[in-house]
Ligand binder design. Structure first.
Ligand SMILES: NC(=O)c1ccc[n+]([C@@H]2O[C@H](COP(=O)([O-])OP(=O)(O)OC[C@H]3O[C@@H](n4cnc5c(N)ncnc54)[C@H](O)[C@@H]3O)[C@@H](O)[C@H]2O)c1
Length: 329
Protein backbone atom coordinates (compact mmCIF):
# COMPACT_ATOMS: atom_id res chain seq x y z
CA UNK A 1 0.00 0.00 0.00
CA UNK A 2 1.15 3.54 -0.71
CA UNK A 3 -0.44 6.31 1.35
CA UNK A 4 -0.51 9.95 0.32
CA UNK A 5 -0.39 12.20 3.39
CA UNK A 6 -1.43 15.77 2.63
CA UNK A 7 0.00 18.20 5.16
CA UNK A 8 2.50 15.49 6.09
CA UNK A 9 5.24 18.00 6.93
CA UNK A 10 3.03 19.50 9.65
CA UNK A 11 3.01 18.78 13.36
CA UNK A 12 0.50 15.95 13.29
CA UNK A 13 1.20 14.85 9.71
CA UNK A 14 4.88 14.20 10.38
CA UNK A 15 3.95 11.99 13.33
CA UNK A 16 1.47 10.08 11.19
CA UNK A 17 4.07 9.69 8.43
CA UNK A 18 6.65 8.35 10.89
CA UNK A 19 4.19 5.86 12.41
CA UNK A 20 3.15 4.58 9.01
CA UNK A 21 6.74 4.23 7.79
CA UNK A 22 7.71 2.45 11.01
CA UNK A 23 4.82 0.04 10.43
CA UNK A 24 6.09 -0.77 6.94
CA UNK A 25 3.71 1.35 4.84
CA UNK A 26 4.98 3.34 1.84
CA UNK A 27 4.35 7.06 2.30
CA UNK A 28 4.30 10.04 -0.04
CA UNK A 29 3.80 13.50 1.46
CA UNK A 30 2.15 16.39 -0.37
CA UNK A 31 2.70 19.69 1.41
CA UNK A 32 2.84 23.34 0.37
CA UNK A 33 5.17 24.14 3.31
CA UNK A 34 2.93 27.01 4.43
CA UNK A 35 3.45 25.84 8.02
CA UNK A 36 5.19 22.49 7.54
CA UNK A 37 8.84 21.56 7.97
CA UNK A 38 10.13 18.91 5.60
CA UNK A 39 13.05 18.06 7.90
CA UNK A 40 10.54 16.50 10.30
CA UNK A 41 10.19 13.60 7.85
CA UNK A 42 12.29 10.43 7.53
CA UNK A 43 14.49 10.43 4.44
CA UNK A 44 12.66 7.46 2.96
CA UNK A 45 9.51 9.55 2.55
CA UNK A 46 9.00 11.12 -0.87
CA UNK A 47 7.96 14.76 -0.54
CA UNK A 48 5.96 16.48 -3.27
CA UNK A 49 5.85 20.23 -2.78
CA UNK A 50 2.59 21.91 -3.75
CA UNK A 51 -1.04 22.43 -2.93
CA UNK A 52 -3.47 19.68 -1.97
CA UNK A 53 -6.01 21.42 -4.19
CA UNK A 54 -3.85 21.54 -7.34
CA UNK A 55 -5.71 19.08 -9.55
CA UNK A 56 -2.94 18.52 -12.10
CA UNK A 57 -0.38 17.91 -9.35
CA UNK A 58 -2.77 15.57 -7.56
CA UNK A 59 -3.41 13.56 -10.73
CA UNK A 60 0.33 13.19 -11.34
CA UNK A 61 1.06 12.30 -7.72
CA UNK A 62 -1.75 9.77 -7.26
CA UNK A 63 -0.95 7.98 -10.52
CA UNK A 64 2.83 8.36 -10.38
CA UNK A 65 3.11 6.77 -6.94
CA UNK A 66 0.24 4.26 -7.37
CA UNK A 67 -1.42 5.70 -4.28
CA UNK A 68 -4.12 3.47 -2.77
CA UNK A 69 -5.09 5.57 0.26
CA UNK A 70 -5.08 9.22 1.30
CA UNK A 71 -4.71 10.75 4.76
CA UNK A 72 -5.85 14.34 4.43
CA UNK A 73 -4.42 16.65 7.08
CA UNK A 74 -3.60 19.78 5.04
CA UNK A 75 -5.84 22.57 6.27
CA UNK A 76 -6.08 26.00 7.80
CA UNK A 77 -6.62 25.51 11.52
CA UNK A 78 -6.68 28.76 13.49
CA UNK A 79 -10.07 29.47 15.02
CA UNK A 80 -9.54 33.22 15.43
CA UNK A 81 -8.24 33.63 11.89
CA UNK A 82 -11.24 31.67 10.59
CA UNK A 83 -13.58 34.26 12.13
CA UNK A 84 -11.69 37.07 10.38
CA UNK A 85 -11.19 35.23 7.07
CA UNK A 86 -14.08 32.76 6.64
CA UNK A 87 -13.81 32.77 2.85
CA UNK A 88 -10.18 31.68 3.03
CA UNK A 89 -11.15 28.85 5.39
CA UNK A 90 -14.03 27.68 3.21
CA UNK A 91 -11.84 27.86 0.11
CA UNK A 92 -8.91 25.94 1.65
CA UNK A 93 -10.77 23.47 3.84
CA UNK A 94 -13.94 22.85 1.82
CA UNK A 95 -13.48 23.91 -1.82
CA UNK A 96 -9.93 22.50 -1.75
CA UNK A 97 -11.26 19.23 -0.40
CA UNK A 98 -13.73 18.86 -3.28
CA UNK A 99 -10.81 19.09 -5.73
CA UNK A 100 -8.86 16.48 -3.79
CA UNK A 101 -11.86 14.15 -3.67
CA UNK A 102 -12.45 14.56 -7.42
CA UNK A 103 -8.83 13.54 -8.02
CA UNK A 104 -9.20 10.61 -5.61
CA UNK A 105 -12.32 9.39 -7.44
CA UNK A 106 -10.70 9.82 -10.86
CA UNK A 107 -7.61 7.89 -9.74
CA UNK A 108 -9.68 5.06 -8.21
CA UNK A 109 -8.20 5.54 -4.73
CA UNK A 110 -10.39 3.58 -2.34
CA UNK A 111 -9.37 4.65 1.18
CA UNK A 112 -9.65 8.16 2.63
CA UNK A 113 -8.94 9.39 6.16
CA UNK A 114 -9.95 12.94 7.04
CA UNK A 115 -8.59 15.09 9.88
CA UNK A 116 -11.63 16.45 11.65
CA UNK A 117 -11.80 18.11 15.02
CA UNK A 118 -13.74 18.28 18.26
CA UNK A 119 -14.52 21.82 17.02
CA UNK A 120 -17.43 20.26 15.08
CA UNK A 121 -19.30 19.86 18.39
CA UNK A 122 -19.14 23.56 19.29
CA UNK A 123 -20.12 24.09 22.93
CA UNK A 124 -21.94 20.84 23.76
CA UNK A 125 -24.33 20.66 26.67
CA UNK A 126 -22.93 17.34 27.77
CA UNK A 127 -19.41 16.99 29.22
CA UNK A 128 -18.75 13.52 27.78
CA UNK A 129 -19.02 13.78 24.01
CA UNK A 130 -19.98 10.76 21.92
CA UNK A 131 -20.05 10.72 18.15
CA UNK A 132 -23.85 11.06 18.44
CA UNK A 133 -23.59 14.38 20.30
CA UNK A 134 -25.09 17.03 18.00
CA UNK A 135 -22.59 18.90 15.84
CA UNK A 136 -23.16 22.64 16.26
CA UNK A 137 -19.85 24.38 15.46
CA UNK A 138 -19.52 27.96 16.67
CA UNK A 139 -16.83 29.28 14.32
CA UNK A 140 -15.97 28.99 10.62
CA UNK A 141 -13.06 26.62 11.37
CA UNK A 142 -15.42 24.10 13.01
CA UNK A 143 -17.98 24.62 10.23
CA UNK A 144 -15.41 23.80 7.56
CA UNK A 145 -14.43 20.61 9.40
CA UNK A 146 -18.09 19.54 9.62
CA UNK A 147 -18.72 20.39 5.97
CA UNK A 148 -15.54 18.44 5.17
CA UNK A 149 -16.95 15.39 6.94
CA UNK A 150 -20.17 15.64 4.92
CA UNK A 151 -18.19 15.86 1.68
CA UNK A 152 -15.99 12.91 2.57
CA UNK A 153 -18.90 10.66 3.60
CA UNK A 154 -21.02 11.61 0.59
CA UNK A 155 -18.16 10.99 -1.84
CA UNK A 156 -17.34 7.73 -0.10
CA UNK A 157 -20.91 6.45 -0.39
CA UNK A 158 -21.32 7.53 -4.01
CA UNK A 159 -17.96 6.31 -5.28
CA UNK A 160 -17.20 3.24 -3.17
CA UNK A 161 -14.44 4.79 -1.05
CA UNK A 162 -13.88 3.51 2.49
CA UNK A 163 -13.74 6.66 4.62
CA UNK A 164 -12.93 7.69 8.16
CA UNK A 165 -13.38 11.08 9.80
CA UNK A 166 -11.25 11.41 12.92
CA UNK A 167 -12.34 14.05 15.40
CA UNK A 168 -9.19 14.97 17.30
CA UNK A 169 -9.52 16.43 20.79
CA UNK A 170 -6.70 18.58 22.29
CA UNK A 171 -3.46 17.41 20.72
CA UNK A 172 -0.18 17.89 22.62
CA UNK A 173 3.31 16.45 23.03
CA UNK A 174 5.90 15.20 20.56
CA UNK A 175 7.43 11.81 19.74
CA UNK A 176 10.82 13.55 19.41
CA UNK A 177 11.85 17.17 20.11
CA UNK A 178 12.31 18.04 16.44
CA UNK A 179 8.71 16.97 15.71
CA UNK A 180 7.11 19.33 18.22
CA UNK A 181 4.41 21.84 17.35
CA UNK A 182 6.02 25.13 16.31
CA UNK A 183 2.77 27.13 16.41
CA UNK A 184 1.57 28.97 19.51
CA UNK A 185 -2.16 28.34 19.05
CA UNK A 186 -2.86 25.58 21.58
CA UNK A 187 -2.83 25.83 25.35
CA UNK A 188 0.46 24.00 26.04
CA UNK A 189 2.65 26.15 23.73
CA UNK A 190 0.74 29.25 24.86
CA UNK A 191 1.71 28.55 28.47
CA UNK A 192 5.31 27.76 27.45
CA UNK A 193 5.43 31.07 25.58
CA UNK A 194 4.40 33.01 28.71
CA UNK A 195 6.92 31.15 30.87
CA UNK A 196 9.72 31.82 28.39
CA UNK A 197 9.00 35.53 28.71
CA UNK A 198 9.06 35.23 32.51
CA UNK A 199 5.27 35.74 32.77
CA UNK A 200 2.81 33.50 34.62
CA UNK A 201 0.59 31.32 32.41
CA UNK A 202 -2.97 32.56 32.02
CA UNK A 203 -6.18 30.75 32.91
CA UNK A 204 -9.30 32.13 31.26
CA UNK A 205 -12.10 31.82 33.80
CA UNK A 206 -12.18 29.96 37.11
CA UNK A 207 -15.92 30.20 37.73
CA UNK A 208 -17.10 27.41 35.43
CA UNK A 209 -19.34 24.64 36.82
CA UNK A 210 -16.40 22.20 37.01
CA UNK A 211 -14.62 20.70 40.06
CA UNK A 212 -11.94 23.45 40.29
CA UNK A 213 -13.82 26.10 38.30
CA UNK A 214 -11.52 25.95 35.24
CA UNK A 215 -12.38 24.40 31.88
CA UNK A 216 -11.93 20.66 31.50
CA UNK A 217 -10.47 19.21 28.31
CA UNK A 218 -9.32 15.88 26.88
CA UNK A 219 -5.62 15.98 25.94
CA UNK A 220 -4.23 13.41 23.55
CA UNK A 221 -0.55 12.72 22.90
CA UNK A 222 0.28 13.24 19.23
CA UNK A 223 2.13 9.90 19.17
CA UNK A 224 -1.07 8.16 20.30
CA UNK A 225 -3.00 10.11 17.68
CA UNK A 226 -0.55 8.94 14.99
CA UNK A 227 -1.04 5.33 16.10
CA UNK A 228 -4.80 5.85 15.87
CA UNK A 229 -4.38 6.86 12.21
CA UNK A 230 -2.44 3.69 11.51
CA UNK A 231 -5.05 1.52 13.25
CA UNK A 232 -7.88 3.19 11.32
CA UNK A 233 -5.98 3.07 8.00
CA UNK A 234 -5.56 -0.68 8.38
CA UNK A 235 -9.25 -1.07 9.17
CA UNK A 236 -10.40 0.53 5.91
CA UNK A 237 -10.95 -2.33 3.50
CA UNK A 238 -10.89 -0.30 0.32
CA UNK A 239 -14.10 -1.92 -0.87
CA UNK A 240 -16.40 0.94 0.00
CA UNK A 241 -17.14 -0.37 3.48
CA UNK A 242 -16.34 1.99 6.29
CA UNK A 243 -17.81 5.43 6.74
CA UNK A 244 -16.27 5.62 10.19
CA UNK A 245 -16.67 8.74 12.32
CA UNK A 246 -14.53 8.50 15.43
CA UNK A 247 -13.54 10.65 18.37
CA UNK A 248 -9.82 10.48 19.12
CA UNK A 249 -9.21 11.31 22.76
CA UNK A 250 -8.30 9.66 26.04
CA UNK A 251 -11.77 9.81 27.54
CA UNK A 252 -10.35 11.58 30.60
CA UNK A 253 -10.86 15.17 31.60
CA UNK A 254 -8.00 17.39 32.82
CA UNK A 255 -8.71 20.89 34.06
CA UNK A 256 -6.72 23.90 32.87
CA UNK A 257 -5.50 24.39 36.44
CA UNK A 258 -4.32 20.76 36.66
CA UNK A 259 -2.54 21.17 33.33
CA UNK A 260 -0.89 24.40 34.54
CA UNK A 261 0.34 22.57 37.64
CA UNK A 262 2.01 19.87 35.54
CA UNK A 263 3.51 22.57 33.31
CA UNK A 264 4.87 24.37 36.38
CA UNK A 265 6.48 21.15 37.65
CA UNK A 266 8.00 20.21 34.30
CA UNK A 267 9.33 23.67 33.44
CA UNK A 268 10.40 24.59 36.98
CA UNK A 269 8.40 27.82 36.74
CA UNK A 270 7.27 28.80 40.25
CA UNK A 271 4.70 31.62 39.97
CA UNK A 272 1.04 30.53 40.00
CA UNK A 273 -1.08 31.07 36.88
CA UNK A 274 -3.00 34.33 36.67
CA UNK A 275 -6.76 34.13 36.27
CA UNK A 276 -8.33 36.30 33.58
CA UNK A 277 -11.97 36.63 32.46
CA UNK A 278 -13.64 33.86 30.50
CA UNK A 279 -13.16 33.85 26.72
CA UNK A 280 -16.20 33.70 24.46
CA UNK A 281 -16.94 30.25 23.09
CA UNK A 282 -15.11 28.11 25.67
CA UNK A 283 -17.19 25.10 26.72
CA UNK A 284 -16.93 24.31 30.45
CA UNK A 285 -16.13 20.68 29.71
CA UNK A 286 -15.26 18.78 26.52
CA UNK A 287 -14.13 15.20 27.00
CA UNK A 288 -14.28 12.51 24.32
CA UNK A 289 -16.06 9.26 24.76
CA UNK A 290 -13.31 7.07 23.35
CA UNK A 291 -15.46 3.92 23.33
CA UNK A 292 -16.28 3.77 19.64
CA UNK A 293 -12.68 3.92 18.36
CA UNK A 294 -11.73 1.20 20.87
CA UNK A 295 -14.61 -1.00 19.64
CA UNK A 296 -14.12 -0.33 15.94
CA UNK A 297 -10.34 -0.50 15.57
CA UNK A 298 -9.02 -1.64 18.96
CA UNK A 299 -7.12 1.60 19.61
CA UNK A 300 -6.75 3.23 23.03
CA UNK A 301 -4.44 6.06 24.05
CA UNK A 302 -1.44 4.97 26.13
CA UNK A 303 0.34 8.18 27.10
CA UNK A 304 -0.63 10.55 29.90
CA UNK A 305 -0.58 14.30 30.40
CA UNK A 306 2.81 14.41 32.10
CA UNK A 307 4.41 12.64 29.13
CA UNK A 308 2.71 15.11 26.78
CA UNK A 309 4.00 18.13 28.71
CA UNK A 310 7.53 16.75 29.14
CA UNK A 311 7.92 15.88 25.47
CA UNK A 312 6.36 19.17 24.32
CA UNK A 313 8.74 21.07 26.63
CA UNK A 314 11.80 19.29 25.17
CA UNK A 315 10.61 20.30 21.71
CA UNK A 316 9.90 23.87 22.81
CA UNK A 317 13.38 24.24 24.36
CA UNK A 318 15.00 22.96 21.18
CA UNK A 319 13.60 26.01 19.32
CA UNK A 320 13.63 28.37 22.33
CA UNK A 321 16.82 27.63 24.28
CA UNK A 322 16.21 30.76 26.36
CA UNK A 323 13.19 29.00 27.89
CA UNK A 324 15.36 26.89 30.22
CA UNK A 325 15.15 28.10 33.82
CA UNK A 326 18.72 29.43 33.93
CA UNK A 327 18.17 31.59 30.83
CA UNK A 328 14.75 33.07 31.60
CA UNK A 329 14.26 36.82 32.06
N1 LIG B 1 -3.25 20.56 16.23
C1 LIG B 1 -4.45 20.33 16.74
O1 LIG B 1 -4.64 20.46 17.97
C2 LIG B 1 -5.60 19.85 15.88
C3 LIG B 1 -6.82 19.52 16.49
C4 LIG B 1 -7.87 19.08 15.69
C5 LIG B 1 -7.69 18.95 14.31
N2 LIG B 1 -6.50 19.30 13.75
C6 LIG B 1 -6.35 19.16 12.29
O2 LIG B 1 -5.20 18.38 12.03
C7 LIG B 1 -4.63 18.77 10.78
C8 LIG B 1 -3.14 19.01 10.96
O3 LIG B 1 -2.95 19.99 11.96
P1 LIG B 1 -1.50 20.38 12.50
O4 LIG B 1 -1.69 20.80 13.92
O5 LIG B 1 -0.53 19.31 12.19
O6 LIG B 1 -1.21 21.69 11.65
P2 LIG B 1 0.10 22.14 10.88
O7 LIG B 1 -0.15 23.56 10.45
O8 LIG B 1 1.32 21.84 11.66
O9 LIG B 1 0.08 21.19 9.61
C9 LIG B 1 -0.65 21.46 8.44
C10 LIG B 1 0.24 21.07 7.28
O10 LIG B 1 -0.50 21.23 6.07
C11 LIG B 1 0.27 21.99 5.14
N3 LIG B 1 -0.72 22.66 4.29
C12 LIG B 1 -1.64 23.60 4.67
N4 LIG B 1 -2.43 23.91 3.62
C13 LIG B 1 -2.00 23.16 2.58
C14 LIG B 1 -2.42 23.01 1.23
N5 LIG B 1 -3.45 23.70 0.72
N6 LIG B 1 -1.76 22.13 0.45
C15 LIG B 1 -0.72 21.41 0.92
N7 LIG B 1 -0.29 21.50 2.19
C16 LIG B 1 -0.92 22.36 2.99
C17 LIG B 1 1.15 22.88 5.97
O11 LIG B 1 2.33 23.31 5.33
C18 LIG B 1 1.47 21.96 7.15
O12 LIG B 1 2.59 21.15 6.88
C19 LIG B 1 -5.43 19.98 10.31
O13 LIG B 1 -6.40 19.51 9.38
C20 LIG B 1 -6.11 20.46 11.57
O14 LIG B 1 -7.31 21.14 11.29
C21 LIG B 1 -5.44 19.75 14.50
Amino acid sequence: MTWLITGGAGYIGAHVARSMVAAGERVVVLDDRSSGLVDRLPETVTVVEGSASDRALLDRTLAGHAVSGVVHLAAKKQVGESVEKPLLYYRENVAGLTVLLEAVVAAGVSRFLFSSSAAVYGVPETGLITEETPCLPINPYGETKLAGEWLVRAAGRAHGISTACLRYFNVAGAAAPELADTGVFNIVPMMFDRITRGEAPRIFGDDYPTPDGTCVRDYIHVADLAEAHLAVARRLDGAGAGDLTLNVGRGEGVSVRELAEVIGEVTGFGPKPVVEPRRAGDAPEAVASAARIADEVGWTARRGVREMVESAWEGWCLRHPEARAAERP
